[in-house]
Design a protein around this ligand. Structure first.
Ligand SMILES: NC(=O)c1ccc[n+]([C@@H]2O[C@H](COP(=O)([O-])OP(=O)(O)OC[C@H]3O[C@@H](n4cnc5c(N)ncnc54)[C@H](OP(=O)(O)O)[C@@H]3O)[C@@H](O)[C@H]2O)c1
Length: 275
């Protein structure tokens, strides 16, 4: 039995559909039963912050998709580290044998914000004694519609992006890779750097979205972020991520999606056509 966590999120919704097309038995973890019913598959209600609910959710489970997000840091601490470490402990106690983790692009000890959190969780998972694989995707193409891609209320794509290229990936492809790993023999102890098939500038992306592109200076971007009420250390972290992106830190295109699934990842145009 596979347990899909983060099942109602960007990746999880695609993964539930991909697993439904296989013979593999699976259930989705949801915090809200109404969202579970909408998924149209077997589901169990649980919350990473309620350990007893995770003990129940993991009963009879041997394979786990470890994925969550959304919680904002409190006093510099990213709750995802405590939450996912707790789920790893519960999984080991439940007899889970195989964990596929949704991580982030090249997490390291000097990473910022949620990327740093993923580095810490990966370390914890690798030391747990469980068999694991890690998916390290670049930014999701979906970000441009969920708000994380720097959309402004005026409908322009704006941020301190410069002319740096980013090999954004469709979350559909991340989910397809996760489905392959969860249902097959591949990937034990492997890390997969997942990208789309092309690296685009944000000006090129804005053109595809048919909206204006505004390249902001670091100072203007910082003022805008602070005006949203974000704390200084968080703004600094975001600015560092932007600066790395502008310098091309996510411009590499890998073959990992094709290697795992046997087909090329979706282009930005294919992503838009399939929305
Ligand atoms: N966005 C990007 O460009 C990007 C790039 C690389 C990596 N990532 C990573 O990808 C991961 C998933 O991102 P996403 O965009 O799929 O996230 P998402 O759409 O916001 O979904 C997050 C999922 O986690 C669930 N969740 C949140 N808190 C939970 C808790 N306490 N207990 C149980 N479930 C909980 C949510 O359930 P509810 O429906 O109940 O809220 C939801 O299903 C994140 O870890 C993120 O850091 C994102």
């Amino acid at each position: 039995m596979i347990l899909v966590t983060g099942a109602t999120g960007t990746i999880g919704r695609y993964l539930v559909r991909a697993l439904a097309e296989t013979e593999a038995p699976f259930r989705a973890l949801v915090r809200d039963a109404r969202k579970g019913k909408e998924l149209g598959c077997e589901f169990v209600v649980g919350d990473f912050d309620e350990p007893a609910s995770m003990v129940s959710a993991l009963r009879g489970v041997d394979r786990l998709l470890l994925n969550s997000g959304g919680a904002l840091p409190v006093a510099g601490q990213q709750p995802m580290v405590r939450q996912q470490a707790g789920v790893i402990d519960a999984a080991r106690a439940a007899g889970v044998s195989w964990v596929v983790k949704v991580s982030a692009w090249q997490p390291g000890s000097d990473s910022k914000l949620s990327v740093r959190a993923h580095w810490e969780i990966e370390r914890y998972l690798k030391a747990s004694g469980l068999r694991w694989a890690s998916l390290q995707p670049t930014g999701y193409m979906q970000n441009f519609f969920t708000g994380e891609g720097g959309y402004t209320h005026s409908g322009a794509l704006s941020g301190p992006y410069g002319a740096g290229r980013v090999a954004y990936i469709d979350a559909y492809d991340v989910a397809t890779c996760a489905a392959v790993l969860l249902t097959g023999p591949l990937g034990v102890g492997e890390t997969y750097a997942l990208t789309g098939p092309e690296a685009l500038t944000h000006e090129e992306i804005a053109a595809k979205l048919n909206i204006p592109f505004r390249d902001l200076t670091r100072q203007v971007a910082a003022e805008g972020l602070r005006a949203q009420g974000l704390p200084g250390w968080f703004v600094d972290g975001l600015l560092q991520l932007y600066a790395e992106m502008a310098a091309g830190s996510m411009s590499e295109v890998t073959t990992a999606v094709r290697d795992l699934t046997g087909r090329a990842p979706r282009t930005f145009d294919e992503f838009l056509a399939n929305r």
